[in-house]
Design a protein around this ligand. Structure first.
Ligand code: SF4
Length: 397
């Protein structure tokens, strides 16, 4: 399979989006966020290109202005009424980012080795015997003449700035590190630094990747490729809706959003009926939550009274309420799944349930049974059981 970091990332975010983009090769309409990102990257490349001198800040901003407007002309606006305001906001944001970046990073102070360098790396999966190609583009590669360290830099236009600890296992930087260590096998993996430059904050976060991280990246890439190949065989690419749906170019094709985009002309009586049911659902849910809160508050008052009066049963006009102490089993689901999978009995229960686990325990080896017990704990819960007085109405409480 030929793939890239961004394709693997897309798959992890949403398998259906991966299918639209990588298998069906459907080109989504360009939106303003994509144009903004592309143009900021292009301007940063231009900034570090010496021809014969490095461009001044004004020249970089002129380059951005000219290309931004040229590209934004081609956008298919989902909400044409917002075109002017959004275009202005993104354009000005780009000017601000580039100005701040230039002031902090004068191009002549860096030893740039490569800009938007392409790579294509062959990866042999020892498990399947297949060879895959991992390709991509690295925004910038510098070399520090003093420390002799190569620095892989990727620019980010997003807001979120992760911690250094998170960056240690960043797949994108890991893939780039993998690509360059395989391009230059004589350069030790420790002689690379990997950095993400967050343009909105004008800050760079860097890590020194290790050999172990390199091995982890390789294993993760191959595992993800195997998963994708399995899904291709089964033709199974489920949608995974999340916060990034708002930026997804395939929203109109996606079954998770099809109802939202249903044309007025295609609507039938069923649509009107379901619209009312949705309305009712929200209202009833709200009422249910209010009842739950009121019930919780009454429960707390009754329990507190029982404790202070040292009684286990209280009486009212409609009946009495008894305090019962029950034992409930809790599981560390994540760990338990690992233990049972290793023991090859996970399929027998799929989800830990007390009854199924109790039935399963006698058939497990002593070690596995002990490991299961370690991930299981019991806790006591207090249940208030209401009992109606004879002759009172039958409604449930
Ligand atoms: S809209 Fe959301 S769920 Fe649908 S394909 Fe795009 S990312 Fe996936």
């Amino acid at each position: 399979m030929r793939t890239s970091y961004s394709a693997l990332e897309t798959y992890k975010t949403c398998p259906l989006k991966y299918k639209y983009q990588e298998i069906d090769k459907i080109r989504g309409p360009k939106n303003i966020t994509a144009v903004f990102g592309t143009m900021v990257h292009a301007a940063l490349k231009y900034m570090f290109e010496r021809n014969p001198l490095y461009p001044t800040l004004d020249e970089v901003l002129n380059f951005y202005t000219e290309h931004f407007h040229e590209k934004s002309e081609k956008i298919e606006w989902a909400h044409p009424d917002k075109k002017e305001a959004e275009e202005k906001m993104y354009f000005e944001e780009g000017i601000k980012l580039l100005t701040n970046f230039y002031k902090k990073n004068q191009p002549w102070t860096f030893n740039v080795v490569e800009l938007e360098g392409r790579f294509s790396l062959e990866l042999l999966d020892e498990l399947t015997g297949k060879v895959h190609t991992l390709a991509g583009i690295i925004d910038r590669l510098d070399k520090d003449p003093e420390s002799d360290v190569y620095e892989i830099i990727d620019y980010k236009t997003g807001k979120r700035m992760p911690s250094e600890a998170e960056l240690a296992d960043n797949l994108q930087l890991g893939v780039y590190h993998l690509a360059l260590t395989s391009r230059w096998p004589s350069v030790e993996p420790e002689r690379f630094a990997t950095s993400l430059y967050f343009l909105k904050h004008n800050e760079k976060v860097s890590v020194n990747p290790t050999r172990e991280a390199l091995a982890r990246t390789r294993a993760l890439v191959l595992k993800t490729i195997r998963e994708i190949e399995g899904n291709i065989e089964k033709d199974e690419f489920p949608p995974m809706p999340g916060p990034l749906c708002g930026w997804c170019a395939y929203q109109r094709l996606c079954p998770m959003w099809a109802h939202e985009y249903k044309e007025e002309a295609a609507k039938t009586a069923n649509d009107a009926e379901v619209a009312q049911a949705i309305q009712d659902f929200f209202e009833l849910k709200k009422q249910g939550d209010e009842v739950k809160d009121a019930l919780e508050s009454a429960r707390a008052t009754i329990l507190s009274y029982m404790e202070s009066e040292k009684v286990a049963r209280v009486f009212g006009d409609r009946g009495y309420i008894t305090k019962n102490v029950q034992e409930r089993v809790n599981y560390n689901l994540e760990k338990l799944e690992e233990v049972l999978k290793d023991a090859g009995v996970w399929e027998k229960i799929l989800e830990p349930e007390a009854k199924k686990l109790e039935e399963l325990l006698p058939s497990l080896t002593k070690d596995v049974a002990e490991a299961v017990q370690k991930q299981t704990s019991k806790k006591q819960v207090i249940v208030l059981k209401p009992t109606k007085k004879k002759g009172m109405d039958d409604e449930e409480e």
